[in-house]
Ligand binder design. Sequence first.
Ligand code: DAT
Ligand code: MG
Length: 150
Amino acid sequence: MERSFLMVKPDGVARGLVGEVISRVERRGLKIVAMKMLRIDRELAERHYGEHRDKPFFQGLISYITSGPVVAMVVEGKEAVKVLRAMIGATNPMEAQPGTIRGDFALDVGRNVVHASDSQESAEREISLFFDESEIVSYSSAGETWVYEE
Ligand code: DAT
Ligand code: MG
């Protein structure tokens, strides 16, 4: 099974959308194997978004992501990276399809409610930025019997 990193951003937490996001993940059959609420500091923000350091929106992005608590998760499942990217929708919510999290709950690229890793390499990097391996749990879920054919 593949792992991805999913995060409800400060706007999502402030707007009371944590349960909505978690609920969608659970209903899809994905398994949450780690979760915590935290306030991201500047150093962690700059590491997490390091690939965007030279972009014009970088400072705004860092201010936004450090502006309030986030809920960070490790999510496990078949092709979890691809599935979560499809579930969150396009980066710019104006282009995100209805039915996606951004397409249902956001309008502004600078307030797009959620983050999900864009590749397996990003997922590994982001998970290790936010979680110790000891914080990631192992348990059996209904998925093992009812979500996957085998
Ligand atoms: P994603 O969050 O879909 O992986 P990304 O990695 O390209 O998108 O960018 C990270 C975040 O930066 C994104 O969620 C919102 C912000 N961002 C991206 N492009 C932007 C732009 N053109 N203007 C303002 N903010 C932008
Ligand atoms: Mg990204």
